[in-house]
Design a protein around this ligand. Structure first.
Ligand code: FE2
Length: 286
């Protein structure tokens, strides 16, 4: 016997803001740290989407990170990642890179195309204090290793992290076992089709519509709009209009103080000072 699930409702809407980062890449910043503890453990979500090479060609030349994870999900395009450990990874359409900066990584993320569409997301997920100084690591996950579940109503779900549990089906994504228990899914919803995913009641949950429109608890969300979902133990989304495509993100809050300075995310101002000193002295990653 299964208890009935309580669908979460929209607690707060978030509208992305145009910005630029790296050497001048145009971005839509869906949210950033400081926009509410209900997003904990997530720190930032950037969307990049353009057919104009001048919006992305400058890329993200060599830069550091410490204290968190970055997840890059390419929908269209080709980027090359290189880091101080000598790792190189091609990110092509549908691929994901899950990078754990830990105590430090210095890397570049550069477009490998001179024209055409570049589209995708970069999500920043915090690490608990106990893991902020662990050695850097990353995983390149090719599109072919990301399961796509087809559910009733022709709902299609790419499961990047965590486990899909919908309509009696369980599908595990390639990323499992992290302290923040992240769920990261790309859900395509035809008109009037409904997707239901159980979520632990204490976990943060966020949806972002990047194509079309959807309905959550009777409220509409359209392309470019995000929402924090609150009060319940399931995410229930229905395709509206001609249907929609959404990122569904959930994770276990850390409940720790967060001090961010650019690409460093630590628990205290002293730890940020240390990161800056380490970076300047060439020992960020040592
Ligand atoms: Fe980076």
């Amino acid at each position: 016997m299964t208890a009935a699930l309580t669908p979460r409702r929209i607690g707060r809407r978030l509208q992305g803001r145009p910005t630029s980062d790296g050497a001048g890449v145009k971005l839509n910043r869906v949210f950033a740290h400081g926009q509410g503890s209900e997003l904990d453990p997530f720190l930032m979500l950037d969307e990049f989407s353009s057919y104009e090479a001048t919006d992305y060609l400058a890329g993200f030349p060599s830069h550091p990170h410490r204290g968190f994870e970055t997840v890059t999900y390419m929908l269209d395009g080709h980027m090359l990642h290189e880091d101080h450990l000598g790792n190189r990874g091609d990110l092509k359409s549908g691929d994901v890179q899950w990078m754990t900066a830990g105590r430090g990584i210095i890397h570049s993320e550069m477009p490998q195309q001179r024209a055409g569409r570049m589209r995708g997301f970069q999500l920043w997920i915090n690490l608990p204090a106990a893991e902020k100084m662990k050695p850097a690591s990353y995983r390149d996950i090719p599109a072919a290793e990301i399961p796509i579940a087809t559910l009733p109503g022709h709902v299609a779900v790419k499961v990047i992290a965590g486990e899909l549990e919908s309509d009696g089906m369980a599908v595990a994504g390639p990323i499992q076992g992290l302290s923040t228990a992240p769920l990261y899914m790309d859900v395509s919803l035809p008109a009037r089709a409904t997707f239901t995913q159980p979520l632990p009641a204490a976990h943060a949950a966020f949806v972002y519509v990047f194509e079309g429109r959807v309905d959550i608890g009777g409220a509409g969300l359209e392309k470019g709009q995000g929402a924090v979902l609150v009060d319940g133990d399931a995410c229930v989304i229905t395709g509206a209009g001609d249907g929609g495509r959404v990122l569904v993100l959930a994770g276990k809050p850390l409940g720790e103080p967060v001090v961010q300075y650019g690409p460093f995310v630590m628990n205290t101002a002293a730890e940020i000072q240390q990161a800056l000193q380490d970076y300047q002295a060439g020992r960020l990653t040592a």
